[in-house]
Design a binder for this molecule. Structure first.
Ligand code: PLP
Length: 399
């Protein structure tokens, strides 16, 4: 690992890793906050040595010893985040990308470059992940199935099985151990964005690859776009080679923000989950709500279907932020059929359980009573008032 020494020895609890992983060398260097290395290139008078290191990278994808050669090969600040996330997910390595979609693209390209272009996937997935597979943009071919159909859907050229659990946006859960068993030797990729390693560590159930849109809970403050894949060192090497060749790198400042975000991840996830489970309970008891989806493993995401027009609820919130994305300190609500899953064909979307009346809410760190008051008012929203609200949010906010 370039950039710093890892002095970890004994296994540590998740809360401790969240604060210390990727920072173990700092005190010995007389530092407290990790340095942000913005270099795009790294001077060296030893070009023979650089040639050897580039050859080694081309062979295995292992991070070059010593300073990086060029920013697209690796960055010490980003490496700190990768080390920390790998530690939290319990994997040998992690490879960070410019976004969650860049991370998924790299996984698909690794497998396609080995001639394994067929993917088996379970709906629902995040809308753009669904789109990337369905449209075959990377020359891959997808077979959609339910968890029970995975073994039967596998072919000799299947390179990957892909599931999300809890899934975006319905929060449907799959039995990871059963799915991993059904995959046989085909790598299972679990999108763990919603659960985070605080609630679930997919490799403990047999997954080989764990993907995060780090834009969400890992960053946690809605100010960094990023993706990461946690996996074994062999697969990580291939991912680094793809990242080097295709350029979907993470900016070092984003790496810094993500490392900072990780240190509060367990506290944020647990606090928001507690509020979410209370809101889910109140929504389930509310006659204006037709159905509530809240995962068995808990978490800070709630999906619910309303009897009336879901657009009125979106137009009616004042404290809650009406925006796509999730995992921030503030509570966000959106209408998947209009935004996060708009790009999925309407029949496929509905077939995956994403009803047109479904709303998806990412619960943040606000007080539960304030959130409930806002939700309650938004659910009371009548169509005539909502029509007024559509003019401009500022005008609508005036009494
Ligand atoms: C579950 C899930 N996976 C992947 C992505 C894609 O991540 P990004 O937006 O960081 O590219 C998202 C984005 O919403 C997501 O919700």
């Amino acid at each position: 690992m370039h950039g710093y020494d890892d002095v970890r020895t004994a296994p540590r609890a998740l809360a401790t890793e969240a604060v210390h992983a990727g920072r173990d060398d700092l005190a010995r260097q007389g530092l407290h906050a990790p340095p942000i290395d913005l270099s795009t290139t790294y001077p060296s008078y030893d070009s023979r040595g650089e040639a050897a290191r580039i050859d080694a990278f081309a062979t295995t994808g292992a991070e070059p010893d010593g300073p990086p050669v060029y920013g697209r090969l690796g960055n010490p600040t980003v490496a700190r985040f990768e080390t920390a996330l790998a530690r939290l997910e319990g994997t040998e390595a992690a490879v960070a990308f410019a976004s969650g979609m860049a991370a998924l693209t790299a996984v698909l390209l690794v497998r396609a470059s080995m001639g394994l272009r067929h993917v088996v996937a379970v709906r629902p997935l995040y809308g753009c992940s669904d789109h990337l597979l369905t449209a075959g943009l990377l020359g891959t071919e997808v077979t959609w199935t339910d968890p029970a159909g995975i073994a039967e859907a596998l072919r000799p050229d299947t390179g990957l099985v892909l599931v999300e659990t809890p899934a975006n946006p319905t929060l449907t859960e799959v039995d990871l151990r059963a799915v991993a068993h059904a995959c046989g030797s085909v790598p299972l990729l679990v999108d763990n964005t919603f659960a985070t390693p605080v609630l679930q560590r997919p490799t403990e159930h047999g997954a080989r690859l764990v993907l995060h849109s780090a834009t969400k809970y890992l960053g946690g403050h809605g100010d960094v776009l990023a993706g990461v894949v946690a996996c074994d060192e062999e697969f990580a090497g291939r991912l680094r080679q793809i990242r080097f060749a295709t350029g979907g790198v993470l900016h070092p400042l984003a790496g810094y923000l993500l490392l900072r975000g990780l240190s509060t991840l367990p506290v944020r996830v647990r606090a928001a989950s507690e509020t979410a489970s209370e809101l889910a309970r109140r929504l389930a008891a509310d006659p204006r709500v037709a159905r509530v989806h809240y995962p068995r493993i808990g978490g800070a995401m709630i999906a619910f279907e309303v009897h009336d027009d879901p657009h009125d609820v979106i137009a009616g919130v004042r404290l809650i932020t009406p925006a796509v994305s999730l995992g921030s300190v503030d509570t966000l609500i959106q209408h998947p059929a209009s935004i996060s899953h708009r790009i999925v064909d309407a029949d496929d979307r509905r077939g995956a359980g994403v009803s047109d009346r479904l709303l998806r809410m990412s619960v943040g760190l606000e007080d539960v009573e304030d959130l409930w008051a806002d939700l309650d008012r938004a659910l009371r929203q009548r169509p005539e008032r909502a029509a007024g609200n559509h003019r401009t949010p500022a005008a609508a906010a005036r009494p």
